[in-house]
Design a protein around this ligand. Structure first.
Ligand code: SAH
Length: 256
């Protein structure tokens, strides 16, 4: 066993949101196993590496996680620097624990390099702080998604007991998300902000309310999207509604 496996966060999409540590590792990498959402310019940094797509996108063909785990362990016997490049941060909704468990079982050295997670890129995009002194002191990062063979998921209760929520992998389930959060006791009038393709040129922001959230099914969201719920989004949601921009296209903040 010679190599080290680096679980590296690629950030939310924009190649220049990669950490310097990640960029340096990619330059030195011998082999890179990457997610589907990783930007081509980010992959290009790994100029000398063998690149293998093992990405998962909702509803599309994916490489089974067990197989990815095995490939990481095998790669460490053949290469010095093995990079597992994951969207956002590896430690949030990235199945890092399964890869780490497999690496530990096989006594493979590993390190984790953090990345900018989607919720933080989405908050930046809409210029709204996820916490607000005196008003929003807790934010739940949650997903309604339940994998095969998994137990029950208390995601809606954990958002309801916090001051705000950031929902990953939820855009395709808007109707059940709205229903479950209202059932969990959240007001139907609570503002919702949906940020699609955060950090990328085709970013789109949609403001709505919990009650009207099911209508985003008609918004044609095709890219990765983050759903925020909380009262800190009310000012921008009201402005978008006044401008007739709720549910439809609302301009994201432009980057200079
Ligand atoms: N580990 C990743 C999350 C993987 S789960 C992270 O830390 O960001 C994939 C989900 O992340 C998507 O379904 C979507 O909810 C969110 N996501 C990823 N990239 C995004 C982007 N550029 N804009 C908005 N949401 C994004």
């Amino acid at each position: 066993m010679t190599g080290t496996v680096y679980l590296v966060g690629a950030g939310p999409g924009a190649p220049d949101l990669l950490t310097l540590r990640a960029a340096k590792l990619l330059e030195r990498a011998d082999i890179v196993f990457h997610d589907a959402l990783v930007h081509a310019d980010t992959l290009a940094l790994a100029a000398r590496a063998v690149k293998i797509a093992v990405g998962k996108r909702c509803g599309r063909q994916s490489t089974a996680q067990k197989f990815i785990n095995k490939r990481l362990v095998d790669a460490a016997t053949a290469y010095d620097i093995v990079v597992r490049l994951k969207g956002g941060d590896p430690m949030l909704f990235g199945r890092a624990h399964e890869e780490i468990a497999a690496l530990e079982l096989a006594s493979v050295r590993y390190e984790v390099v953090p990345g900018v997670t989607a919720a933080l890129a989405a908050a930046a995009e809409i210029g709204t702080s996820l916490t607000q002194r005196g008003a929003v002191r807790s934010v739940t990062f949650a997903t309604p998604r339940v994998g095969e063979g998994e137990g029950t998921n208390n995601w809606s209760n954990s958002i309801a007991v916090a001051d705000a929520g950031a929902i990953y992998m939820g855009a395709g389930q808007a109707t059940s998300i709205a229903r479950e959060l209202i059932d969990a006791g959240m007001p139907a009038s609570l503002p919702v902000a949906i940020v699609e393709n955060a950090s990328l040129p085709d970013v789109r922001v949609i403001y709505t309310t919990l009650a009207a959230l099911p209508a985003i099914g008609n918004a044609g969201i095709a890219g990765p999207a983050l759903i925020f719920i909380g009262k800190q989004f009310s000012a921008r949601a009201a402005a978008a509604s006044q401008a007739g921009l709720s549910i439809a296209r609302a301009p994201a903040r432009r980057r200079g």
